[in-house]
Design a protein around this ligand. Structure first.
Ligand code: GTQ
Length: 358
């Protein structure tokens, strides 16, 4: 008899018989294992800052930064609750530091970025050098460097933490250590790394102090903003992205961290962007202005699912892998974003598509 003619129950018997040996048939799962296109496990979502802030401030009353170690509300993707991630590869959280507080020194192999959302005058110390935080600044904590955060500000300071926690967890390659003292001693003047590595020059015998991570750990908003506004005035506007720049490790030209790429873009007033999609799920934080992101996910032959979010200053939103997105802004806006693109690029997996019609 031909194999196709066998009753289905014979196959079920086979599956049950092999199961104790921890065997399972590929043909039952092949389509899910090797999809025709990415089918993200996460969904688009937006966290309105005004809605999150009261909870963060209440947390500030209930636990100190010292006790919490890091007083952070994790932004969990609605379809990945309990997994502490915003996309399958990325973590996002909002961290609060109150005047006089210290988030004690530790180090870990996970890389971290800080994107300052509210307040000024807190600092983060990396490897003996402090950096003062201003709204819109993008700050790096390289893998395995001692870091503590503190505040001499007169009000709350909040920043978005972006880490590669889920990626490192997946690879089971994470290590961490607590320092003996809460605050590390300052060994270099503030700004030393910017002067040494951030003036389009490098020390003659460049020594890559943080390996594959950028030797600059603060990228101030003032400079980024000036560049974007000048380009908006003087250069062509990209029909998909507006004016978009990526942050670089000045020594390599690559991404600031080996696992995460970061970007800043300006959508001019009246921007009505064309749609795009890419394999790197991306987290956005709104720096200035308001706008709208329209999203669509469709498998060939099925009705598309759609989303639309109106965003304003300090809101965070996530666009998952291979969701088609387009931006609109009446009054103009500035958007920070990060993704795991360098990992995908290093593995030859990154794809993007820019669609030339709405
Ligand atoms: O500031 O070191 O949001 O270790 C999560 C884990 C922040 C940090 C987070 C961390 C940190």
């Amino acid at each position: 008899m031909n194999a196709v003619m066998k009753p289905a129950s014979d196959r079920q018997h086979l599956y049950e018989a092999m199961s104790p040996l921890h065997l399972t048939p590929l043909w039952e799962v092949l389509h899910a294992l090797v999809p025709m296109q990415p089918r993200s496990r996460c969904v688009p979502a937006l966290w309105r800052y005004d809605a999150v802030r009261p909870h963060l401030m209440r947390a500030g009353e209930l636990i100190t930064a010292e006790e919490a170690v890091r007083r952070v509300l994790i932004l969990e993707n609605p379809s990945l609750r309990g997994q502490s991630c915003i996309t399958p590869g990325l973590y996002a959280g909002l961290q609060l530091i109150l005047p006089g507080e210290v988030a004690p020194a530790h180090r870990h192999t996970q890389s971290a970025l800080r994107f300052v959302v509210e307040g000024r005058g807190a600092y983060t110390a990396v490897d003996g050098e402090r950096t003062t935080m201003e709204p819109g600044d993008f700050i790096i904590t390289p893998s395995w460097t001692w870091h503590d955060h503190g505040s001499e500000a007169d009000g709350p300071v909040v920043w978005l933490d972006g880490l590669d926690i889920p990626l490192v967890q997946f690879l089971e390659a994470g290590f961490a250590e607590n320092a003996a003292t809460a605050t590390q001693s300052v060994t270099r003047a503030e700004g030393t790394s910017t002067h040494r590595y951030g003036a389009n020059m490098l020390p003659v015998r460049y020594d890559a102090p943080f390996g594959a991570t950028s030797p600059i750990f603060s990228y101030p908003y003032a400079r980024t903003r000036e560049a974007l506004l000048a380009l908006e005035r003087d250069a062509p506007i990209d029909a998909w992205d507006g004016v978009k720049l990526r942050y670089v490790n000045p020594a390599s030209g690559g991404s600031p961290m080996p696992t995460m790429a970061t970007f800043m873009q300006r959508l001019p007033a009246g921007f009505n962007g064309l749609p795009w999609r890419q394999t790197d799920g991306t987290v956005f934080n709104v720096v200035e202005g308001m706008g709208r992101v329209s999203l669509e996910r469709g498998e060939p032959g099925t009705a598309p699912e759609t989303w639309s979010f109106d965003f304003g200053p300090r809101d965070t939103f996530v666009i998952p892998s291979w969701h088609t997105a387009r931006f609109q802004s009446d009054g103009g806006c500035v958007l920070f974003s990060y993704s795991d693109r360098p990992v995908q690029q290093a593995l030859g997996l990154h794809r993007e598509e820019r669609i030339s019609h709405v």
